[in-house]
Design a protein around this ligand. Structure first.
Ligand code: LLP
Length: 385
């Protein structure tokens, strides 16, 4: 959505900051993912609900027949409420509570991505009590780095996620022995906002190695879930609004060496929803500092924490002005010096009351909003197209 396409006249009556979602862009993105699935009949997509659990967004994705990847009982329930069928729901997470496991068993989800032997035993016991058999995939920590922010790698041995790949045989034998779980496959996820496809090639190589090891030991392989992680272009939201799904799926098609007919699951979150969302704020004040000029806006780390938390870049656009650009530090009102969106950033001259859009905020934006400094949880509005 180009700067001129944002309906600022409509924004005038709305309380800022709020999230604004471009549904035609979301639909184009989903069309593209679907086209990739049509070319790769053994691939399945489970949208990672953690990226954005806005009910309207979930309903849009569910209506396309994709599955959902959840990490809490709350997300499992939100996915069910949005119309994802239970058979399309997978449930990961290192610390699933008994209550969450029971909820997922009751709903009849398609699999638990199990992250430890201890968890496997609890799922077995709870399923036994409920007279059920839980489908389980083992989440393996592949010990693979990813070129992304240190805070969002997940596939290194030092990260808390998954079962150490050296213990795979042992934990699988436990899964095969237990009465109330059924082994259905392996799950991996190496991190998020990954643009370097060689990271995914490294994952494929590790998966191939483990598949051979399982086959040699006479153990089942089942399905392979390679997680999410595909990055988007935060620099150029207007020129590159859709992630490189083709390159991503092609990488796995080329590099995974799996038994004929093996189903491969993907869990994209950010790449589906990040580009379609913006946080719309108003400029409150323009302030001259000793060496800097600040554009103080009414949105903050409370509504969009990514810049403060990961030093993540989001492009900022002044939607109300086309006066010659000036240099600003764009900051929020929260009492923390990390409440900064961008520093030394050139944008159209700002005035009190201007609307600014913080772009590419559809993933991990609204979903991570808090009430810090007792702000309200931001509202969400939709561009229908
Ligand atoms: N599958 C699993 C098991 C995951 O842990 C994640 C994300 C995904 C799929 C989806 O990954 P995606 O396609 O969105 O990269 N809050 C951080 C990102 C944390 C990602 C956590 N796991 C951020 O704002 O950058």
């Amino acid at each position: 959505m180009l700067k001129g396409d944002f309906p600022v006249e409509r924004f005038a009556g709305l309380r800022t900051p709020f999230y604004y979602y471009d549904l035609p862009l979301l639909r184009r993105t989903l069309d593209l993912v679907q086209a990739q699935l049509d070319r790769n009949p053994e691939f399945r997509v489970h949208y990672a609900v953690k990226a954005n659990y806005n009910s309207r967004i979930l309903a849009e994705i569910a209506s396309r027949g994709f599955g959902a990847d959840c990490v809490s009982g709350g997300e499992v329930q939100a996915a069910l409420d949005a119309g994802f069928p239970a058979e399309g729901i997978v449930f990961a997470g290192v610390g699933k509570s008994d209550e969450e496991i029971r909820l997922a068993l009751q709903a009849g989800i398609s699999r638990f991505n199990v992250e430890s032997a201890a968890e496997l035993e609890i799922i077995d016991a709870l399923a036994g009590e409920m007279g059920k058999v839980a489908p389980v995939a083992l989440r393996i920590n592949p010990d693979i780095g990813a070129h992304t922010h240190a805070g969002i790698t997940t596939g290194l041995a030092e990260n808390k996620f998954g079962i150490n790949y050296e213990q795979l045989d042992e934990v699988m034998d436990l899964a095969l022995r237990l009465q109330h779980v059924q082994y259905v496959g392996m799950h991996f996820h190496i991190g998020s906002q990954i643009l370097d496809m060689s990271d995914f090639v490294a994952l494929c190589n590790r998966v191939n190695e483990l598949v051979v090891r399982l086959q040699r030991g006479g153990r089942p392989v089942g399905d392979i879930n390679v997680g999410g992680g595909l990055g988007i272009n935060y620099q150029h939201p207007n020129h590159l609004p859709i992630a490189d799904f083709e390159g991503w799926f092609d990488t796995f098609r080329k590099h995974l060496k799996l038994p004929q007919g093996t189903i491969v699951h993907f869990e994209p979150g950010r790449s589906i929803v990040a580009p379609c969302g913006s946080l719309i704020c108003r400029v409150l004040y323009v302030k001259q500092g000793t060496h800097k000029q600040f554009a103080i806006i009414d949105g903050s780390m409370t509504e969009l924490v990514r810049p403060a938390m990961y030093r993540a870049y989001h492009r900022v656009e002044n939607l109300s002005s086309s006066e010659p650009e000036e240099i600003y530090d764009v900051v929020g009102p929260v009492c923390e010096s990390s409440d900064v969106f961008v520093k030394e950033f050139s944008m159209d001259k700002c005035h009190r009351g201007d609307f600014v859009a913080i772009r590419s905020a559809g993933a991990y934006g609204e979903a991570m909003a808090s009430r810090y400094n007792l702000h309200r949880i931001p509202d969400a509005y939709f561009f229908e197209g």
